[in-house]
Every structure is written in C-alpha cells, then in structure tokens.
Design a protein around this ligand. Structure first.
Ligand SMILES: Nc1ncnc2c1ncn2[C@@H]1O[C@H](COP(=O)(O)OP(=O)(O)OP(=O)(O)O)[C@@H](O)[C@H]1O
Length: 476
C-alpha cells in the first residue's frame, strides 16, 4: 500500500517540480519496504542527512498533503536515514544537526497551517564530525536559487544589486547585509543566490545557510551536550553566514547571546553575514538592542511585494523551469489575483499545471479558472473596499466612520490616504468609484492620495512599513 502511494506521489511531484529539483531531492528517496507502522503510513529513507534535512524543510509537507489526497485522510509519515552504520558511511554528520532535525520538525514556523503527522527521525548516537566535514555538508544551498532564476523588478532591484555586490566582495562591501520583507517574497531565494555565487567563485569558501530555528536547535544541543566550544569554533570558522528569518530569535536569550558573539567574531575577521527578517531591525520584537544596533552597521534593504508585470515575469520564469507553455492570459489571471506572496503565486501555477495534466488538458484560461476556483472565490469575497477601510481603521486605531468623514487632521487624513492607496492597489476599482466609497470624494482626491503615499513611502520608513504590513494582512 505504501509503495502504491509512493509511486503516485513520485508521479505527482515529478509533474509539480522542476526536473532538477525532482532529480536531486525526491528521486533518491525510497519507501521503506520494512515499514511496520499501521496503514496508512509511509516511511521514507533518505540517502543522507543533507537530503533528509532539505526534504523535511521543503517537500515533506507537500508529501503529507498528497498522502491525505491519496488516502482520503491523514497518514503517518516518517523520514529517516536507513541505519546508523549506513548513515555514517554515506553522510558525515554532527549531533548538532540531529537536534536541528528533530526539534525543528516538532516546531512548525508561525503562520503555517497545521501539518500532517510528520516525524523526522535520526538514528542515535552519532560521533562528532570534523570541521571540514561540516563545511562540506552544511552549505545547504539550494542550487535552483540563483541570481539567474531571480526575476528583478522595482520590488527587489535594490536588494538584488546589494546582494550581488556582497557576493562579489564578501566581507568588504556591506556587512551585515540585512534583507527584510513580507512572507514569500524571495528573501531566502536571494540569500541562497549570494551563497551560490560565492561558492561558484570560490568553492573553498566555508558557507553556511541556516534558518534561525535550526541555529536555535544547534544552541540547545550545544547546551545539552556541553559542547559550546565546538559550536563556537564552527560558527566562527565560516567565511559566509546566511541566516534566515531572524525574527524567530524573539526572546531566545541564550541564542541571541551566542549569535552576538559569533557576529562580532565574524565581522571583525571581515567574514560576511547576510540576515533576512520579516521586518525592519528596530521593529523586531524581543530582540536585544545591541543586536539591533549591529544590524544597522551594514546595509538594510527591503523586498516589496512585486508589481503586476513582475508577477507575470516570475510566473513565466517558473513555467520555463517546469517546461510548460504559459500563455499571457493565464499568467495575468494568476498574477492579478495573487498579489503579495510569490510562494502563493508559484503554488497557484503548480496547481494549474497539475490540474491540466491530471485531466489531460492544455493550460488554457478555462482550465486555470477551474483549477483555481476556490482561490479566486475566496479572493473576490475578501477584498471589498469596506474590508480595507475597516482593516486600516483598526490598524491606526481610528473609527471606520473617519474613512468617510471630512476631518483633515493628520492622524485621520493619512490613514484615509493609505486606505485609498490600498484600494487602488488591491482592488480593480476605478478612482471615481474609490472616491465615492470614501464619503463621495472626487477622483482627483484619490489620485492625490495615491501619489502622496507612493512618494512618502520612499522616505518615510514607518509609513512604508505600515503599508507593507497592511498589504500582507489584506492579502491574507
Ligand atoms: N523575484 C523572484 N523571482 C523568482 N522567484 C521568486 C522571486 N521572489 C520569490 N520567488 C520564489 O518564491 C518562492 C518563495 O520565496 P522565498 O522562500 O525566497 O521567500 P521568503 O521571503 O524567504 O519567505 P519566508 O518569509 O516565508 O521565509 C521561492 O520559490 C522563490 O524562488
């Protein structure tokens, strides 16, 4: 039974993923014929810890979803290394990594929906690896996330230029490079692109990509095993540290303390650090001031939600990687309805492609509408102008009635202008219709509001942040 499911899963993933990803990460997995867990269940064997870690982070959730689809309900899913002795011979590893796997697998990131039952198990005990083994195995770069595969537009051109600069002169241009932006906007892609470019130029560079949750797990392990010296030596031996989603550091004091020292050691040695976060350094909750001030030493760049043309270009690029023909009308349909999160955009494209393949049809507008029916309905329901007005009023703690009132004080007029800008950006409504919804104002008032907000965003960090957060909230 689990072999049947795994065959089904392989064919689905092959159609959903770019060939290179499928061949690198999915194909080497095997369904364990000796799985003794009650059905429905699947135990997958990974050829190395590196593959296991990567699959856990990127694909396990999807495999669980396919399991639900196949079995009509939840299934137990395990991802393991074959056996301690084999694992050791094929995958040099560390106790720290073992903890990273098991802890992270039980602590899903915030904002992610409940996952199917997933266990990532690691054989114990493991002898410690050498620094060179670590450096070799732990780069953890995704070869698909390069500057070439990253579409550039207004939303990310500054961030991309800074990242390229850092990749060309690691440790000497901007240190740290701090990249912030909303969920699924390409921060991880960008830092991997830096890592891949540095590696390409200098394969001997010691590079490590680490998600903050994994860094935290490494600290916990070092604490439990009293192996802080090895932990410190390793992190201080890096030439390039790429650390993702720093907002999850919140209130983890010991982890922050360790990171503070690693940060100092690396920057003093002119080794490059790149940090990503969902927000500007000063807005990170529960982060020590001394870290916040250090994050300001280098360059802070933002990635914004991509504009329509860029979303279409991203879809075309992803379609190219999937080797499918994507007509403009289909790309526009998807891009118009998914505005603030590239991961969702990509998910929608995968859904359309899988739906078309499953039904043996081409990727037409009809098929896309069918495949995305639920999503399009939800989207259309959600984004009314009333919803925008209420959300903005709540955010700025003013009354919804003020959206329609004639009051001109700054505390009311500015949120009203923000709401008008959002209405223009997030709904297909015309300027006169928006003016009408804001207490019968003229369309030139709306135009003025949109221009004012667009201009202010360039220099007013707080306002820019507000607009960004509101966009994320409204787009769900
Ligand atoms: N400009 C872009 N060009 C091509 N692909 C992109 C671009 N921006 C994002 N993507 C794709 O969108 C997906 C999500 O991006 P990524 O994981 O880098 O986002 P993120 O900002 O790190 O998200 P999170 O906040 O959840 O960590 C990835 O598959 C990435 O390749």
């Amino acid at each position: 039974m689990s072999q049947d499911f795994w065959s089904f899963c392989l064919s689905r993933l092959e159609s959903e993923l770019p060939q290179q990803q499928f061949n690198t990460w999915i194909k080497p997995l095997q369904a364990d014929p000796e799985n003794a867990a009650p059905e429905p269940s699947l135990r997958l064997l990974a050829p190395s810890r590196f593959v296991m870690q990567w699959v856990r982070e990127r694909y396990l959730r999807r495999i669980g979803e396919l399991g639900e689809e196949f079995h009509g309900g939840p299934m137990a899913l395990e991802l393991v290394l074959p056996a301690t002795s084999n694992a050791r011979s094929t995958a040099p590893t560390t106790p720290a990594a073992a903890t990273a796997s098991s802890i992270a697998s039980t602590t899903p990131a915030a904002n992610t929906p409940a996952a199917p039952a997933i266990i990532t198990r690691v054989p114990q005990p493991e002898p410690a690896a050498t620094a060179s083994e670590l450096a070799y195995e732990k780069t953890r770069l995704n070869p698909d996330f390069t500057f070439d595969t990253l579409v550039t537009g207004r939303a990310n051109d500054l961030a991309r230029a800074a990242a390229m600069q850092v990749a060309q002169n690691p440790g000497t241009s901007y240190n740290p490079l701090f990249v912030y932006g909303g969920v699924g906007l390409g921060k991880t892609h960008l830092v991997h692109a830096i890592g891949n470019a540095v590696y390409k130029h200098n394969p001997r560079a010691v590079i490590r990509y680490v998600h903050v949750e994994d860094y935290y797990a490494d600290v916990v392990r070092a604490y439990q095993q009293k192996s802080f010296d090895a932990f410190k030596r390793y992190y201080r031996s890096l030439d390039l540290l790429l650390i993702d989603d720093i907002q999850f550091f919140n209130n983890k004091n010991r982890t922050q303390e360790e990171f503070f020292h690693a940060f100092n050691a690396l920057t003093e040695a002119r080794k490059q650090i790149v940090i990503t976060c969902d927000t500007y350094p000063k807005d990170i909750q529960g982060l020590e001031d001394r870290l916040i001030s250090r994050f300001d030493w280098g360059l802070t760049v933002q990635i914004e939600p991509p504009e329509l043309e860029m979303r279409v270009a991203i879809l075309q690029k992803k379609a190219e990687a999937l080797r499918v023909d994507l007509h403009d009308d289909v790309a526009f349909l998807i891009a118009k309805n998914l505005r603030s999160n590239v991961r969702e955009l990509e998910g929608a494209l995968n859904k359309v492609v899988a739906f078309a393949r499953f039904h043996g049809r081409g990727i037409t507008l009809e098929v896309a509408k069918d495949a995305l029916k639920d999503l399009l309905n939800a989207h259309n329901r959600q984004l009314t102008i009333e919803h925008i007005q209420k959300t903005v009023a709540d955010y700025y703690k003013i009354k919804v009635a003020d959206m329609h009132s004639k009051k001109r004080t700054r505390v009311i007029a500015r949120p009203r202008q923000v709401a008008m800008w959002l209405a223009k950006d997030l709904t297909p409504m015309s300027l006169p219709a928006i003016g009408e919804a804001f207490g019968g104002r003229d369309h030139t008032t709306v135009l003025h509001a949109c221009r004012t907000i667009a201009e202010l965003r360039l220099g007013d960090h707080q306002l820019n942040h507000d607009v960004h957060v509101l966009t994320q909230v409204l787009r769900g």
